[in-house]
Design a protein around this ligand. Structure first.
Ligand SMILES: [Fe+2]
Length: 287
């Protein structure tokens, strides 16, 4: 069993790093930790980075999860190889580029690029963005799936994910007490479906709704409230059509032993209990 502790970072290919930096700093509210000609490292909490844009193809998207130590990393590599997944052990240079002590890379059954990392760098400096969006940290990821039941089996049987709730066949899965660290989203191929940052309050969600609308950032869902996790949310588009989410108030699963996943129907009310529907921003009144 591969014991994932938390999501660690996302790495996104981007043809235009300046555009990515403008969005990350002026709209999303991340802090530039480091910038080179080919990469942009961004912070959202006390970690050294949680998002990295790398000059390249926007289809090149990777999610990393932290595991405990090198021994578990070796065991994970053996488990994955035994199941027929190709495993690449990170070179010293690749580890340095990810700010981790060690990592392995593989593809999940859908083909999503996953990295398992050991000892990701923390920063001694307080996270301090130029735009105050109220972000408290990188929290979860939506992952494309071409077969939700197969991929739920992979994440819950090969790895330690537990299903907190399901919407149709879509599993919202936790690897710690937080209601979900990953959500599977049906799609025709691999990729990151959305990237979530937690914010401190409902006010932050609504403040950003107005701020992002003013910046002409497309709002794709919300403001709303998920009946599954209880979180208030806002989804919006970043560079290369990546969906970002702010949310606040996600439930914690207090009692692992007694929690039973709830089944929600595959319908808009399962995604928002206030009535917001995916795909449409609230129309602005004529001015
Ligand atoms: Fe989410």
């Amino acid at each position: 069993m591969i014991e994932l502790k938390d999501v660690s970072y996302a790495r996104l290919g981007a043809p235009d790093l300046e555009q990515a930096e403008a969005f990350a700093t002026r709209c999303l509210g991340l802090q530039v930790a480091e910038r080179s000609a080919k990469a942009l490292y961004l912070r959202s909490d006390d970690r050294a980075h949680t998002l990295c844009y790398v000059e390249g193809d926007p289809q090149d998207q990777t999610v990393a999860f932290e595991i405990d130590d090198a021994g578990q990393l070796d065991a994970a590599a053996g488990t994955l190889e035994g199941l027929g997944h190709g495993v690449h052990a990170g070179t010293a240079g690749e580890c340095a580029a990810r700010k981790v002590k060690a990592f392995i890379a593989f593809k999940d059954p859908t083909g999503n690029q996953i990295e398992l990392v050991v000892r990701p760098d923390r920063s001694g400096r307080r996270y301090f963005p130029t735009r105050d969006a109220g972000i408290t940290g990188f929290s979860h990821i939506g992952l494309n799936t071409t077969d939700p039941r197969r991929d739920e089996r992979f994440w819950t049987q090969v790895c330690n994910a537990r299903v907190s709730d399901r919407i149709g066949d879509i599993a919202l899965m936790r690897v710690n007490a937080i209601h979900h660290t990953m959500a599977l989203a049906p799609a025709s191929g691999p990729g990151i479906q959305h990237i979530n940052h937690q914010v401190a309050s409902n006010d932050d969600v609504l403040r950003s709704f107005y701020h992002l609308a003013e910046q002409n950032v497309p709002i794709v869902f919300g403001p709303g409230r998920h009946p599954t996790s209880g979180a208030r949310f806002l989804y919006f588009l970043g560079p290369n059509n990546m969906v970002f989410e702010y949310s606040v108030g996600v439930d914690a699963i207090e009692d692992e032993a007694s929690h039973r996943p709830r089944q929600f129907g595959f319908e808009p009310s399962s995604l928002c209990m206030w009535g917001s529907k995916p795909g449409g921003a609230i129309p602005l009144p004529p001015s």
